[in-house]
Design a protein around this ligand. Structure first.
Ligand code: HEC
Ligand code: HEC
Length: 474
């Protein structure tokens, strides 16, 4: 089926090229293009011809841009068959856009009599959109063609999936590179990080459960139970506050906690951890992170990896992007309830379905004095007793059980809990009150929640590394 679609597209491109006379003999003098087989033409229309190239199309023409951190940009134009063309007729500019705004556009200039055009900008820092505007002598226009510059054009890191914010906040002192991400990934799945070789980050944050886990509360080294349910680490690149009580504000600082926590990886101190990892990761960390192996450099690498774990492109995102049939009727009714009368969307705000605020619903509250005090532990404010950070609802159908203590087993039970108005207690949030939903409406809300499962992102960062270690190195 896919082949037929591609064949059709190829034939259509052939027809257009032939009719507009673009396939003239003078275009076919590029030896690189001439060597392309029919197969290449059919199946790799958007494949870059240059290392690290990003390809965009306007009509039958392709633009290929290669950008470097030092601000040097190279551009080529090719026709429907990816034959690079003489760029004499091209006039265009490049604009660097960051979250701080747009720089002044710079012009592309031809390099001698070659087919290459160049432009020079300021050094590229942080995430950046590179916007090309221009036109060919024949009237073809390239308008506002946006290319995402993500530090490492080859690996396609940090390219958020559909529905997520395209700008990922990054710390200035921990730039993700392919090598750092790969080191972080190996560490994330390595049980050598725990004292007895039993527990990796992935033991609790399990890829098959959207990086959460099915246990009520987590269990660390020696099966010791923690107090809270394991949240997903997907999309945490965007989180301004981490953990159920918002104790941490960066992935770099958060990663230190499980490494040293007695109920998690139980390392007594940094020295013993570094000693255990030195042989396997010492040199690699020095080479990759530019600093010696330490709890800080480990945490930085882990953060780089976690920043590549996106989850978007859900049925909900496709629906919002205009594919009306992406979600069924029950889910559509549920969507209306969610963003309307029930008020769910006031706290679970898209795109991540959280407001990153702390609310008390009374979930798991017993009032017996040994309750988890939640946000109060961080602020000491009376009104924060029993308040927890609104969790993201992305992939929520994969992350049962629910709430900070895993006390609710299914999505239907969660909605029933809201329908009752949560659990009454002194600090219950003003937005929580009984809803009077019918059983059918509850089903509709559940159907909506199930549309939030993401699809694995293209770089397949979710799967364990091939040689994931089972503690056998010990
Ligand atoms: C024993 C199980 C366990 C292990 C091992 C573990 N975690 Fe967690 N993780 C949890 C639990 C439970 C929480 C929530 C704790 C809280 O809110 O107090 C959490 C929270 C997080 C969060 C915050 C997510 C959010 O929604 O704010 C991140 C990020 C994270 N862990 C990363 C890691 C990394 C990196 C490692 C390995 C170094 C790791 N975890 C090891 C159980 C575990
Ligand atoms: C006042 C803000 C607020 C409103 C309104 C709200 N939620 Fe929540 N939601 C939260 C908080 C906070 C939690 C976590 C509470 C805890 O663990 O104690 C939560 C937890 C959840 C969870 C469990 C997620 C997980 O990973 O454990 C689901 C599912 C959920 N809410 C769905 C809904 C639905 C559906 C509605 C509307 C009927 C709704 N929420 C309304 C704040 C809110």
């Amino acid at each position: 089926m896919k082949q037929f679609v591609l064949l059709f597209i190829w034939l259509a491109a052939l027809l257009i090229a032939w009719r507009s006379g673009a396939w003239s003999p003078s275009d076919s003098d590029s030896s690189e293009s001439a060597e392309m087989s029919t197969h290449d033409r059919m199946f790799h229309m958007h494949r870059p011809l240059h290392d690290g190239g990003k390809v965009g199309m306007s009509g039958q023409y392709h633009l290929e841009l290669v950008s470097h951190a030092d601000g040097n940009h190279r551009l080529w134009i090719s026709n429907a068959f990816r034959q690079e063309m003489d760029p004499a007729g091209f006039s265009g500019t490049l604009t660097v856009q960051t979250s701080a705004g747009s720089a002044v556009p710079v012009h592309f200039n031809r390099v001698g009599r070659t087919k290459e055009l160049t432009a020079n900008t300021e050094r590229l820092q942080g995430q950046t959109w590179l916007v090309v505007d221009g036109s060919l002598g024949n009237g073809t226009r390239f308008q506002n063609m946006k290319f995402f510059w993500d530090y490492d054009a080859d690996s396609g890191l940090l390219v958020p999936s559909l529905g997520l914010d395209t700008m990922v906040p990054l710390p200035v002192d921990n730039t993700p590179t392919a090598a750092r991400v790969s080191l972080g990934k190996d560490l994330f799945f390595d049980q050598l990080l725990s004292t007895d070789g039993s527990t990796s980050c992935a033991s609790c944050h399990r890829p098959e459960y959207a990086f959460a886990e099915p246990d009520t509360v987590s269990h660390g080294v020696g099966g010791r139970p923690g107090k809270r349910n394991t949240p997903s680490v997907l999309n945490t690149a965007y989180y301004p506050v981490l953990l159920w009580d918002g104790r941490h504000t960066s992935l770099e600082s958060q990663a230190l906690a499980p490494l040293l926590h007695p109920d998690e990886m139980a390392n007594e101190d940094e020295a013993s951890l570094v000693e255990r990892l030195e042989q396997k990761y010492g040199q690699r960390t020095q080479d990759t992170m530019g600093e010696p192996l330490s709890i800080t450099s480990i945490a930085k690498a882990l953060a780089c990896y976690q920043r590549t774990l996106f989850s978007g492109d859900s049925d909900f995102d496709r629906f919002e992007a205009g594919q009306r049939e992406a979600i069924g009727e029950a889910a559509r009714r549920g969507r209306t309830l969610f963003f309307g009368s029930t008020g769910c969307g006031n706290c679970h705000v898209p795109p991540l379905f959280t407001d990153f605020e702390f609310h008390n619903l009374g979930a798991g509250w017993r009032g017996t004095g040994d309750d988890d005090l939640g946000r109060f532990v961080v602020t000491g404010e009376q009104h924060d007793i029993g308040a927890f950070r609104t969790p993201s609802l992305r992939d929520v159908a994969r992350t049962a059980p629910y709430m900070h203590d895993g006390s609710i087993g299914t999505l239907r039970e969660v909605v029933e809990f809201y329908n009752r108005g949560g659990k009454a207690n002194e600090n219950r949030d003003g937005l929580i009150a009984s809803l009077g939903l019918s059983s059918a409406e509850i089903d509709d809300l559940v159907a909506f929640l199930k549309t939030l499962n993401g699809r694995e992102n293209a770089s397949s960062q979710w799967s364990a590394p091939a040689e994931a270690n089972g503690g056998s190195d010990l």
